[in-house]
Each structure stands twice: as structure tokens, then as C-alpha cells.
Design a protein around this ligand. Sequence first.
Ligand code: FMN
Length: 204
Amino acid sequence: MKKIMSVLAGLLTLAACNSNTPKADANKDGNAIVETIMTRTSVRDYTEQTVSAETIETLLRAGMAAPTAVNKQPWHFVAITDRQKLDSIATVNPYAGMVKKAPLAIVVCGNMEKALEGEARAYWIQDCSAATENILLAAHGLGLGAVWTGLYPGEDRVKAMSELLKLPETIIPLCAIIIGYPAESPQPKDKWLPENVSYNEYQY
Ligand SMILES: Cc1cc2nc3c(=O)[nH]c(=O)nc-3n(C[C@H](O)[C@H](O)[C@H](O)COP(=O)(O)O)c2cc1C
């Protein structure tokens, strides 16, 4: 009896661990993933529906699941739901006017204290871009609409966003992802251009 109880306890522990740990084979439906990628498009108009704290965390987790050089994860994410702060983003980037209707923005930043040294330091831009794309795709998958709005390397935009968010000098804002429930359904663009591809060596 004691042995059976101990086996049962072991099985329960295993089940509990499994429910918390991301599984390598959790998404075997590659078609669904490609479908999500191919149907994502920038959404710049939103309803008044707010985004729950749980959904915001899911988006942040998706960002942090991105690959990074030497697994440095040299990032920091600022989730903004404050109406005044959101509206101010339109002043930081004149091409981010859609934020005035959005309930959420996530500013993806590079953390220079976690970045690689020397010439590899610039990998932070790719790392944070990968996180940004993950968030855009997760947002689309969750029925949200989102658009990447650029900050870095625009010096004025980086300075203005740093002031707005009271960022320390070691944190550099790369972009602001503007997010909300879609009030428009723009068609995804077909960007497939065979001329942009070579096989095995550059085709002139
Ligand atoms: C680095 C970068 C900066 C961008 N900045 C802005 C921006 O400031 N405002 C905006 O409306 N869209 C911005 N976009 C979104 C692009 O305009 C959009 O991704 C592009 O037109 C392709 O459309 P799609 O996202 O619907 O495929 C930016 C995208 C990237 C990758």
C-alpha cells in the first residue's frame, strides 16, 4: 500500500511539473503557426476594450521566449496602460498617432547591462526585434491587433521615450508595440517576391 501511495505521489508531482513546463512538442500543428504568421498585418485602429493583465503577461512571456545571442536576454519591457502615458507616445513618434485609441503599448528596450561586450553588443537589436515579432504574432494569435512603431536608432525618439518612461541610461527603447482589439480588418500584404531569393549562391 505504502509503495502504491508513493508511486501515485510521484505521478502527481510529474503531472504538476508537466502542466507548468513549456513542452517542446506543444505546437506540432505547423500549419496553424504558418497561418498565424501569414495572416498577421499591422492594425492601427482599436475598439475601447481593454487588455486583461493575464493577456498582457501572455504577450510578455511570448516576447521573452524569443531566441537571443548567447541566450543573454538583454531586454526590458515596459507595458503601458496609463492613458496619459499612452497619448504621449504620439508626441515621441509622430507616426504612432494610432496609440491615442489603444489601451496598451509595450515598449521593447535593450538592457545594456545584460548585452554582450564589444562588437557583439549590437546583437541586442536583433534579440529585441525577435522579441517584438514574437509579441506581434502572439497578439494576432490572441485576436488582438498590433503595430510595431520605431524608436531606435532615432536619437530624438529614444531621448523622448527615455524621458517619458524615466529609463536609466543603460536601458535603450527599440520600439513601441501599440496593441488593442481590432476595429479594422486590413488585408495582410502578399510580400512573396521570388527575385528576393537565391539558392546556394547569389543569383545575378
Ligand atoms: C522597424 C519598424 C518601424 C516601424 N515604424 C512604424 C511607425 O512608426 N508607424 C507605423 O504606423 N508603422 C510602423 N511600422 C510598421 C510598418 O509600416 C509595417 O510593418 C509595414 O508597412 C508592413 O506592413 P504589415 O505589418 O501590415 O505587414 C514599423 C515597422 C518596423 C519593422
